[in-house]
Ligand binder design. Structure first.
Ligand code: SF4
Length: 208
């Protein structure tokens, strides 16, 4: 979705509701950040998924500065610390992350390299907040997967310093390279634990 269409947003929110996922709409990242800061108690622990959207929002920094226990692997200084933070993030009170795509039918779709981010979305943290810009909304699940493979994955691979063939040709060729970043393709279709996942849709084009 390139421009906001309020009817479409209402439609998506209703679709998520049917899947026990609570979706909300925000005009911008600042509004979204304020909602998150008000929603999460000061004594809560929070895991952070690596995301351009969250980096832009500086939510990790603000939560740390006000005294929350924040587990953010991007702040780690060693590989061992990255691994430890990824593992510990699976048992936090809250997990905040971006996503690769959502569909208008209420699917949350992600491709992961090591799998820690999708693992936390699926189970472990008591509550999950997923922040997504309108540029990542697709009409169907099929289009979401297509978007991820041909737009998000090559750009994410490049950002993370991997060199699969898609970064040269700018599209997925379904590689079996050692540099492959698409090791888990996960579609969340619903939640058993009602409203454990909250999707915050932001009226900005953020991330890829
Ligand atoms: S499967 Fe390989 S070529 Fe396709 S997007 Fe993933 S890393 Fe790139």
């Amino acid at each position: 979705m390139n421009k906001i269409n309020y009817q479409n947003i209402e439609y998506i929110i209703k679709k998520f509701e049917k899947r026990n996922i609570q979706a909300s709409y925000f005009e911008n990242l600042l509004e979204t950040k304020n909602k998150i800061l008000n929603m999460i108690p000061m004594q809560s622990s929070i895991g952070i998924g690596n995301s351009k959207t969250l980096k832009k929002m500086e939510i990790s920094k603000e939560l740390s500065e006000r005294g929350n226990q924040v587990l953010d692997k991007t702040k780690a200084k060693t590989k061992e610390e990255v691994l430890m933070l990824k593992r510990k993030s699976l048992l936090t009170d809250w997990y905040i992350t971006g996503t690769n795509a959502i569909s208008m039918e209420g699917h949350i779709v992600n491709i992961d390299h090591s799998g820690n981010r999708v693992a936390a979305m699926l189970y472990g943290p008591k509550k999950v907040i997923i922040v997504v810009g309108i540029n990542k909304i697709t009409k169907t699940l099929e289009k979401a997967v297509n978007r991820i493979k041909n737009i998000a994955a090559p750009l994410n691979a490049k950002r993370a310093g991997f060199e699969p063939p898609c970064i040269e040709v700018n599209k997925c060729i379904d590689c079996f390279s050692d540099e492959r970043v698409c090791n888990s393709l996960v579609t969340i279709e619903g939640q058993a634990d009602k409203n454990r996942i909250k999707v915050f849709i932001v009226n900005q084009r953020i991330g890829f």
